[in-house]
Structures are given as C-alpha cells and as structure tokens.
Design a protein around this ligand. Structure first.
Ligand code: PMP
Length: 360
C-alpha cells in the first residue's frame, strides 16, 4: 500500500491510526455485529458514543460548563447564516481578512447592518490590519472574524479584544490544532474536514447565554437552542462523521492533546517557511506576523512551472499541492494528521525541483 502525503486544504488527510481502526470496526462496531452507520442515533450505543465524544472534546479544549457543544450539519457555510439568524440584533461587526471572511459578510447582510470594521483587501489579503485601526462598534451584536484564512494562509496569532461584545470565530481550519481560550469567545464554529474528521459534521461551541434569541419567523433547524435542547439530535446527525471525529479526539488525547499538537504544528510550519524564505526560488506573500501554521501558500518564479511542479510532486507521493484558484501557485496544508516527515519530504522535493530548474 502506498499512502501519499496529502497536503489537501480539506477534506484533508486523517491520522492513519484512525482510518485503520475504522476499517477494523467497519463490519462489527463494539461487538454489535453491525457498523456504526447502520444503527439508530437514538439507541443507547450511539448515544454513549455521542456523550463520550463530547466529553473528550471538552477535555481537549477545556471547554467551560457554560458553553454548549453542538454537532451539526450544513458545513461552516451554513454557520455564516445561522450566526446572524441567532445573534444579530440590528448590527454586527466583521473583520475582512480573506475569502472566507467575505463569504461570512455576504451571508450576514440580509440580517441587518454589517459593519466591516477592518479589511486587508487592499493588500490582497496578505496581512491583518493593526487592531488600533479597527472601527469596532460597542453596540454591535457580535464581532465576527476568521482566525485562519484557509485560502490566503493568513492567521491571527492573537485574540481580538472586543470588550463586552461577543466574539465569533470561524475556526474551520484551525480548531484542534492547538489549545485555545474558549472563554474569550461567544461562539466558535468549524466544519470538520480539516483537523476534526470527515466532511458532513460541523462543530459549534456557544456560550449558553447566547442561545434562545433566534429570529422566530425562520426555520427551526437554524435555531441553536433547538439543537442544544435535543443534544444535537433534533434530526438525524451525521453519525459516521461524528464517529470518525470521536476517533480523532481519542487519537489527540492519546498523543499528548493540543499542547503537543501545537508544538508539532508550529515546528512543521516554521520548517517550511524557513526553507521557502531561504530558497531564493519560492515565495510566500504573507506578512511574517500573520503567517498560518495550517496553510502555507507559495509561488514558483514563473507560473509556467506550476504544472511541472505538481506532476513531479505526484510522482514522489506528494499530493494536492495546487493553490486555490483565487490565489494561484501552490499551497501546502499542514493539519494535525500531516507528520513532520511529510514536510521533510516536501522540502526535499522542492530543493530538487529548484536545482533542476537552475534558479535555486
Ligand atoms: N470557513 C473556512 C475558514 C474554510 O476553510 C471553509 C472551507 N474550506 C469554510 C468556511 C466553508 O466550509 P464548508 O465547506 O464546510 O461550508
């Protein structure tokens, strides 16, 4: 079997141990003589998995008791609408630092006044505006931001200070990559398909006092309170994705939790940035202070080299390095499941490629 190093931005690679365990349990999960995806979500077996997985996740992130954890569907994109649906009272502040921020802003517009308190669009989203320049409104219902912009490779290495105004964070491409201070946030959400598990599951961590304020005329399915009251089982949850996520949580716990993960993730990204910066061949456009640990975009000296680079990479089992079409070039995503040896293999290949092209 030839498992490749998969640098996909998402759905992304999962820990091999998790996949092997899922394979082993496929036909007979927990001695039940059936796979986990063939049983009722309301039965005691799946309910036990749901309870245990929430407990493990709470432990990993040290989630305080005054927060609900919801296991939902609809991806992070549905959260772009659910957040204003539940929280917007007239107006909200948004930080615009990339493609995903923009999408969140677009979805919120129908719900009230959206104040773009800061934007880095003028730098083509390669920076984060200095907090002193943000035009935050103390009367806003919440402040929304994207701690890690998956496409631009831009990351906040600090938590925005918003006073009494709840902070809402799209952590799709960063949740579980390191410890976070949950109590600084009103709401955190993430699509699962990067560090958490397969697509189909969306995690929402929300402070309890923010529940129960949804627009009453809208669909009940968009109301966080309904999901909280029903332990995320108001309708059928994505049971198989939830199960895989539960295995990922266990894997994280067994491997030293998020402190250990942070150390490895920092090291992997530093290695790659340091090679890129010193290469004189590859370039990363993002300001040093806000480079992402998770998604590392880089360009080659000429775009005509891109196809050759990607084809050669595939031949040495380095997959999915093509950058997003809006940014171009390459992008290496280094989520939790990417081992340091994957980064080493990528750097070796990049060295060989630049040597072959006589410019490095
Ligand atoms: N926000 C961020 C930061 C993302 O990276 C993505 C997906 N790449 C999304 C939102 C959209 O997620 P989904 O496809 O789960 O709706």
């Amino acid at each position: 079997m030839n498992r490749v190093f998969n640098f996909s931005a998402g759905p992304a690679m999962l820990p091999q141990e998790v996949l092997e365990r899922a394979q082993k349990e496929m036909l007979d999960w927990g001695g039940n003589g059936t796979s986990v995806m063939e049983i009722s979500h309301r039965g005691k077996e799946f309910m036990a998995l749901a309870t245990q997985s929430e407990e493990t996740l709470r432990g990993l992130l040290s989630i305080p008791a005054n927060y609900e954890v919801l296991f939902l569907q609809g991806g992070a994109s549905l959260q772009f609408s659910m957040i204003p649906h539940n929280l917007m009272r007239g107006k909200a502040d948004y930080l615009n630092t990339g493609v995903w921020s923009k999408k969140a802003i677009a979805a919120a517009k129908g719900y009230g006044v959206v104040n773009v308190a800061a934007s880095s669009e003028n730098t083509k989203f390669t920076s984060i505006p200095a907090p002193e320049t943000w035009d935050l409104d103390p009367q806003a219902s919440y402040v929304h931001y994207t701690p890690n912009e998956t496409i631009g490779g831009v990351e906040f290495h600090f938590i925005p200070e918003t006073g009494e105004v709840p902070l809402v964070a799209d952590m799709s491409s960063t949740l579980l990559s390191r410890p976070i201070e949950v109590s600084r946030y009103g709401l955190i959400y993430a699509g699962a398909q990067k560090n958490i598990g397969p697509a189909g599951l969306t995690i929402v961590i929300v402070r309890k006092d923010l529940l129960g304020h949804a627009i009453t005329s809208g669909p009940l399915m968009l109301d966080y309170k309904i999901h909280a009251e029903n332990q995320s089982m108001y309708n059928t949850p994505p049971t198989y994705s939830w199960y895989i996520a539960s295995l990922v949580f266990e894997w994280l716990e067994k491997n030293g939790g998020l402190v250990a993960m942070a150390e490895v993730n920092r090291k992997k990204s530093e290695k790659l940035y340091s090679y890129i910066d010193g290469s004189g061949f590859y370039k990363n456009p993002v300001e040093l202070s806000c480079r992402s640990w998770m998604n590392v975009p880089f360009t080659l000296p000429r775009t005509e080299m891109d196809i050759d680079f990607l084809e050669g990479a595939k031949k040495v089992s380095l997959l999915a390095l093509k950058g997003h079409k809006l940014v171009g070039g390459m992008r290496a995503s280094l989520y939790n499941a990417m081992p340091e040896t994957g980064v080493d293999a990528l750097i070796e290949y990049m060295k060989a490629f630049s040597a072959r092209h006589g410019e490095g």
